[in-house]
Design a binder for this molecule. Sequence first.
Ligand SMILES: Nc1ncnc2c1ncn2[C@@H]1O[C@H](COP(=O)(O)OP(=O)(O)OP(=O)(O)O)[C@@H](O)[C@H]1O
Length: 489
Amino acid sequence: MLARHEQGQPGSRTSGGPQAGEVRVITQEIWADVLGYVRKNISEVEYHTWFAPVKNLGVQDGALVLGVRNSFAQEWFRKHYLELLEDALRSLGAQNPQVSFQVLPAVQEAMILAQDPPPPPTPLGRPSPSNASAPPAMAPTENRQTLNPKYTFENFVVGPNNNLAHAAALAVAESPGKAYNPLFIYGDVGLGKTHLMHAVGHYIAERFPGKRIEYVSTESFTNDLINAIRDDKMTQFRNRYRSVDLLLVDDIQFLAGKERTQEEFFHTFNALYENHKQIILSSDRPPKDIQTLEGRLRSRFEWGLITDIQSPEFETRVAILKMNAEHNRIDIPQDVLELIARQVTSNIRELEGALMRVVAFASLNNVAFSRSAASKALSNVFASQEVKVEMIDVLRATAAQYGMSAEMIRGSGRARDVVVPRQVAMYLIRELTAHSLPEIGQFFGRDHSTVMHAVSKVTEALGRDAELAAAVDALRDQLKYVEGEEKDA
Ligand SMILES: Nc1ncnc2c1ncn2[C@@H]1O[C@H](COP(=O)(O)OP(=O)(O)OP(=O)(O)O)[C@@H](O)[C@H]1O
């Protein structure tokens, strides 16, 4: 099983749950949570000695697999840190946390060490120190090094909350320096301002490979300025920012109260604007609400187009989740995505985080994606919702438990390996939902007497068949989750 990781091949499907190979990608944030937990519980020296070199290899059949350097480290981890790691997973919702350690092959270890720590990002078009005043000509791919590859127009879901900002960004991308200059995008935290700015950057980089693009947060701009003043390198600083074709500045509200930075930014702005270079600014509020911003800057920010992004409505949130799941090649039922979208209503970053939690929870507990699993996964972070069990939940969970598709269970097959799961599903639906026998029959394309027979068959078999009883118990535990149940237990 583990060899699959070593070879870097995608994982196989585990009983209806997430695919292990795919989960490997998505659990990076969860791994950061685990490390955060560990760090709080051991000394810094210990943490750096043991945990910094560890590689998260993802989740395999419910177990978190960690890559360590050698068999000594493997043994050390088993003896000293296993419980701590299990506690960390428990804090993330794993009910029966499992951790395994795998010695990394020397080549893989060397690659990981080479990546660690990651090199600092190279700002776009930054002149090399040896040739500071004459920026080098860039190869087509170089002009988007600091853009997040995920933040493209293709990956941006358009809804009523952001369609104006999206249309304006697209217009600017098509005619940089001509459509709206500057473009000023404002909105609350995590609603896609940076994403849209980068999307313009990618678009321009693709269409006009020679254009110089610079993305910078206001904080970095300020720090660069401070360093330039300290190191007597103002000429280089000005060359860098005034020689670009597209300047993207994030969180411009942080200019407030920084007089020297405002002064410098004012001149940067003028130089670019006069040369018809495109400027895009993002902020958490419109220019008129940025306190202590010089009047001449504020009025310049208002020269072009000011557009906002609002919180996404339910349908847009579901569409964003769907796109995320598809990108990670994870097949999550629509009703589970809807449950997540109801839990997280305002911040898209949090919405994505909630999806990750659900995926990690399902893989760590080796259960299928269901609304109850999602509700459990999110109960630590968001106010828990009581989940009413639906027939489809029971069908899906049973199918996953027996390693077959829901269609097979509902189909006409009469072989024992299909009949037993079908009867179990009918039995549990009868127990966990308020549906009548005819309604359950209809759901399975059968009549009520078949359901009645199934219920009595399972009831009778449970007393003598321990394996069946264990399967039914496990399914019931998985499905029947109501708020407070775990706390009372
Ligand atoms: N319409 C959308 N479609 C798809 N993903 C989106 C959309 N809007 C935001 N996102 C995603 O949400 C996350 C947060 O977006 P982003 O960082 O652009 O927000 P922001 O408004 O710049 O936040 P901040 O104010 O914290 O800088 C990103 O992962 C982004 O890809």
